[in-house]
Design a protein around this ligand. Structure first.
Ligand SMILES: Cc1cc2nc3c(=O)[nH]c(=O)nc-3n(C[C@H](O)[C@H](O)[C@H](O)COP(=O)(O)O)c2cc1C
Length: 190
């Protein structure tokens, strides 16, 4: 599959079959992730590959806690019917852990040390695209409290859990999502 096709066809999946993913496939995804760019090539990422049902159960419970909290705070109705049951059935979850010390020369950035997060995001997107090219579906999941996730996964306080990437075969084709026209988003400075 060529890259442009993969990046247009990839969709977030929220219904996974329980069928396991082969370790060789997971390794390919992790390798794809590590080819992402990073500030000073610092490669500020670590990956935790989670298949343990008990740990997935704890992640689900944390997601549910955050979902209910966010529903109460925001009043966003969609959160009431947003099911995260897939966190229990998905065969693999890859936690992406970032190292804020490896963030490059970003003292000129208004938002502080974002370099490591940007690099981890690039690694995550590489994983998504590689997963799609290998016939898997994926989801970038962030509905968790960092402190709680550190405790569940045993991550040291100096490092930051940035995302949970759910991976598996889709139960059904994910719904298409629209995109705004590029004319609304691009300015040419000639
Ligand atoms: C930083 C980030 C965080 C996200 N967090 C969640 C999440 O917690 N739960 C979820 O269901 N989807 C999450 N998503 C997926 C988006 O909802 C999804 O990418 C978007 O709706 C576009 O759909 P598509 O991926 O199918 O193109 C996240 C995506 C990004 C980039």
């Amino acid at each position: 599959m060529d890259l442009l096709t993969a990046l247009k066809e990839r969709r977030s999946c929220r219904n996974f079959l329980t069928e396991p993913v082969e370790e060789a496939t997971i390794e390919k995804l992790l390798e794809a992730a590590t080819w992402a760019p990073s500030p000073l090539n610092s490669q500020p990422w670590e990956f935790m590959v989670i298949t343990n049902p008990e740990v997935k159960g704890k992640i689900f419970a944390e997601g549910e806690r955050c979902r209910k909290w966010a529903l109460e705070k925001s009043g966003w109705k969609w959160l009431g019917s947003y099911s995260i049951d897939f966190l229990q059935s998905v065969p693999v979850i890859i936690a992406v852990i970032g190292d804020p010390k490896k963030t490059g020369l970003d003292m000129f950035m208004e938002d502080g040390s974002m370099g490591y997060q940007a690099a981890c995001a690039a690694a995550i997107q590489n994983m998504h695209l590689a997963a799609h090219a290998l016939g898997l579906s994926s989801l970038w999941f962030t509905l968790f409290d960092k402190k709680a996730l550190r405790e569940i996964l045993g991550v040291v306080p100096e490092k930051t859990p940035l995302a949970l990437i759910c991976l598996g075969k889709p139960e059904r084709s994910p719904a298409p999502t629209p995109r705004k026209d590029i004319k609304e988003k691009a300015i040419y400075i000639r």
